[in-house]
Design a binder for this molecule. Structure first.
Ligand code: SAM
Length: 190
């Protein structure tokens, strides 16, 4: 269902959730790291993958909407970073199917909070398997609110518990994402 909704949104060009720019939180997080390999989960049309590739990182983006991934590949080509980027059609809750290599850092802007409980668990395990030890996982997710009849988002303590098997929560900062309250989370792979 979610895939259908997003496929439709990308086909119609209804991508209201997009941020104007790649968040500074991403750049600040990698600033002092040796340039390596980064992973963007739910990368959409790849803007943040491309922005980080322009800074010299090798970046892989995963999204389950084929159209978004095609657009991302074209944009990377136009931006001259095709050789620094890789875009894969895939489910972030089934990362093992993608045979990914190891990453120095991973980030997620607005994807994890879309998943159901079972997929959240599979996602966390999958991300933990592809991140190097001590690597940072940066997550931008809504805080709880009603969306129609659905409750979306998390409180920090809830997310800390969900990730605690593989990650330590290092920092959490409040922001407004799109027009809703959200938090940035910095997790470190145990
Ligand atoms: C709100 S958009 C954010 C896109 C992008 N991160 C950005 O900042 O523009 C959520 C993205 O997650 C993707 N997505 C949702 N569930 C997914 C899943 N299970 N596997 C892969 N991608 C997923 C959607 O296709 C969409 O591109």
């Amino acid at each position: 269902m979610m895939r259908l909704i997003y496929s439709l949104a990308f086909s119609l060009g209804f991508t209201e959730w997009k941020l104007k720019e790649t968040p500074v939180e991403i750049f600040k997080t990698v600033k002092d790291m040796r340039k390596g390999h980064a992973l963007d989960l739910g990368c959409g049309e790849g803007e943040h993958v491309i922005a980080l590739a322009k800074k010299g990182w090798q970046v892989t983006g995963v999204d389950f909407v084929r159209k978004a991934i095609e657009n991302a590949k074209n944009a990377a080509e136009k931006s001259g970073v095709a050789d620094k980027t890789e875009f894969l059609v895939g489910d972030v809750a089934r990362l093992e199917k993608l045979k990914l290599s190891e990453f120095d850092v991973a980030f997620d802007i607005g994807c994890f909070h879309l998943l159901n409980e079972a997929d959240q668990e599979a996602y966390i395990t999958g991300v933990s398997h592809v991140l190097k030890r001590s690597a940072i996982f940066l997550l931008y997710a809504f805080t709880p609110r009603k969306q129609g009849r659905r409750e979306v988002g998390f409180y920090p303590a809830e997310l800390e518990r969900k990730f605690s098997k593989f990650f330590t929560l290092q920092k959490c900062e409040e922001r407004t994402y799109w027009r809703f309250p959200a938090n940035w989370y910095w997790f470190r792979r145990k």
